[in-house]
Design a protein around this ligand. Structure first.
Ligand SMILES: NC(=O)c1ccc[n+]([C@@H]2O[C@H](COP(=O)([O-])OP(=O)(O)OC[C@H]3O[C@@H](n4cnc5c(N)ncnc54)[C@H](OP(=O)(O)O)[C@@H]3O)[C@@H](O)[C@H]2O)c1
Length: 315
């Protein structure tokens, strides 16, 4: 049974005590850590691979332990297929792998995947992720909140509970993630939330994404001010529709409303892009990996609009 929660901050009694300041984290002792919530999703899986390829250790977070095990197998298979044999490795728990050359050729501890099954909509996630991060004793270079929410149709029919749940997962989830990793943040650490196009372009058919993603833009800006003094930056990535299972669910809901087939809706949605394209998970992963660069300081508090030219409004 889980230990009780500390009422003040949601950490479990007996959970690893947080370090007191971000600068207390020792530096220069091998790869830093990336924490990815929603790691088993269509985008999360690609983001995990991109961050491992960058030489970061990755802690993959999702509710399903089975799906996390599947992700681990996928990463292992990718590593096996890596011709140079220098691809990132995997550990089933929090144990560190022995030092080995990285893909960049620099000798350091090999990047590894760590699994942390927990529900980001529950305050217990703060203790779960916090303890797993503390056990590794590494600075968190980047924390990504990419948990997906249920698609519940348009604002006229979406259950109010679905709206509340979407905010709890995406917005509450970011708050819980930041509380969990904050002791391990240091200068140039990144907080990244994946929002979405409908947060900036409200539609009649994507109520949960619209509300939760709009709120994320505000929350990210709050973190930018709250943590900026310590050199920590917060960012929102706002993908347009990506050709994933999630998009097919949104298209089905829109089709049901408009009396069209899912295929017709998908075609129409593609045409809403200036370049006639959907965003790809690989493009999102590229942007998130890029945010690890020191130059991304200049993007503090900002939104990366990755909608393949869908927006007409300014900015
Ligand atoms: N796909 C698109 O077209 C699109 C477009 C714009 C924005 N986005 C945004 O991009 C993000 C990722 O989307 P996606 O398509 O990759 O989603 P997805 O394939 O549905 O994956 C969702 C991920 O979130 C995890 N998750 C869901 N609820 C969770 C919870 N309570 N606690 C912990 N993990 C949870 C899922 O694992 P478990 O179920 O095991 O927990 C899974 O790993 C979402 O924020 C979505 O809104 C997507």
């Amino acid at each position: 049974m889980s230990p009780p929660l500390d009422a003040a901050d949601g950490r479990r009694a007996g959970a690893a005590a947080p370090m007191t300041t971000s600068t207390a984290m020792p530096a220069g002792h091998g790869p830093e850590l990336a924490v990815v919530v929603g790691a088993t999703g269509a985008m999360g899986r690609v983001i995990v691979q991109a961050l491992l390829a960058r030489g970061l250790h990755v802690m993959a977070v999702a509710r399903s332990a089975d799906a996390l095990a599947g992700l681990k197998a996928e990463v292992e298979a990718a590593a096996r297929g890596h011709a140079s044999g220098l691809a990132p490795g995997v550990t089933p728990d929090h144990a560190a792998r022995p030092a080995a050359p990285t893909a960049s050729g620099t000798a350091s501890a090999a990047a590894t995947l760590h699994l942390c099954p927990t529900d980001i909509a529950d305050d217990r996630a703060i203790a779960d992720i916090g303890a797993a991060v503390a056990a590794l004793g590494r600075p968190v270079r980047i924390a990504v909140q990419g948990a997906g929410v249920a698609t519940a149709g348009g604002v006229l029919e979406a259950p109010t509970a679905a709206l509340v749940q979407a905010v709890d997962i995406k917005v509450g989830g970011l708050v819980r993630l930041v509380r969990a990793v904050e002791p391990a943040l240091r200068r140039q650490s990144r907080i990244v939330a994946i929002g979405g196009h409908y947060g900036f372009e409200p539609s009649a058919y994507a109520a949960t994404a619209g509300v939760a993603n709009a709120a994320l833009a505000n929350l990210v800006r709050q973190y930018s001010w709250a943590l900026g003094e310590r050199g920590i930056t917060a960012h929102l990535v706002a993908p347009g529709p990506a050709d994933t299972e999630r998009l097919h669910r949104v298209a089905a809901a829109r089709g049901a409303r408009d009396g069209q087939s899912t295929a017709e809706v998908l075609e129409a949605m593609r045409a809403e892009s200036a370049i006639g394209a959907f965003t790809t998970p690989e493009q999102i992963a590229w942007a998130i990996a890029l945010l690890c660069d020191p130059q991304a300081d200049a993007l503090a508090g900002g939104t990366l609009f990755m909608d393949a030219g869908r927006r007409k409004g300014l900015p």
